[in-house]
Design a protein around this ligand. Sequence first.
Ligand code: SF4
Length: 429
Amino acid sequence: MDARVIPIREAAACDAPPAVSQERGQREVFCGLTAIIWMHRRIQDAFFLVVGSRTCAHLIQSAAGVMIFAEPRFGTAIIDDRDLAGLADANDEIDRVVNRLLERRPDIRLLFLVGSCPSEVIKLDLSRAAQRLNTRHAPAVRVVDFSGSGIETTFTQGEDSCLAALAPQLPALPPTAPPELLVVGTLADVVEDQFRRLFEAMGTGPVRFFPPRRAREMPAIGPNTRMLLAQPFLADTARALESRGVKRLPAPFPIGVEGTTDWLRAGARACGVADERIDAVLQPARERATRALAALRPTLEGRSVFFFPDSQLELPLARFLSREMGMDLIEVGTPYLHRAHLAAELERLPAHTRIVEGQDVERQLDRCLAARPDLTVCGLGLANPLEARGLSTKWSIELVFSPIQGFEQAADLAGLFVRPLERARRLAA
Ligand code: SF4
């Protein structure tokens, strides 16, 4: 282990968690429709049908980039402006689009109707539309609705909204079923495979993943299910699972060597695995990852970083950059901060770090420009103006699209922060 990584207990004992301030004002974030871009890759027999406007269609097509050349697993039913009298037509239109789609694509097993924010869509009751369509297409195809509207969701909340809609429909395990581990939150397949291998080697027993790769593999849950959140933006999903008796295991998120170790340890301990066995299984992967990070650390160590609120991944990323890469955190903004889910992250951040929940973009830009950090992590809309003012930026959306969790990905994650600094250094030279 890198000697410069602060041992967890030592940091928790001597530092109080940093204070969190709230900010309310204009926000600069994508809407929840963006989550379709990574979720459609995950559930391979699902289709996401956005019920929206041309703007929504443009957003997901341009965010998805090259995917539109493949047989896509998402699309938009465009509902043009219409008054209340036209709602029956709109419902007929949704039915027509869905029926045509399912006839043409028999591979679809799960169809999401995704709500958006144009007023003509808000007037529609998509949960009734889903019920109506289920009477015709279930059980071959299940229809589920959720909202990706920009009024209700920021971009990673789209995943939360989707999984929270699925949670009540998961099959039930009886109270007598043996304990099982459930990993909650979309992970890249390669990351899931690595975690599965490590859990198996530690002897945890069965581990399920939600969402699964295929609709028919939805995990069953019950009062003996223990969940490990793999993503920090799943407040509604966790609540929906807890209401079905599932217990959450407190842990940091599996980012960096420290976060991954403690996350896996929390899961294994809940299954009764002894610490010696956990350590023995994790040690080789921890050492490999620590060595890979050591090669990148000199570029990041001592450099300052400023996070604008965007993906809700900000706290775990800041903890990783501070504790494993030696970066100086100026400000860490996050759209929402779930105190319980992020408790293990907050207590690992330096007490002096400014943590801001919510956003007032003008004031935050002023603070960022005054601080002139070496690196700014922000949304796409802010990156170009900040680059034009001479700051190096990293798009936070890239951190959501890339596989960054786990030991084998730790150095790739650090590399994502090294790249803009290296580019700035070369340009300056
Ligand atoms: Fe824009 Fe709303 Fe559609 Fe998102 S859901 S693309 S914010 S119109």
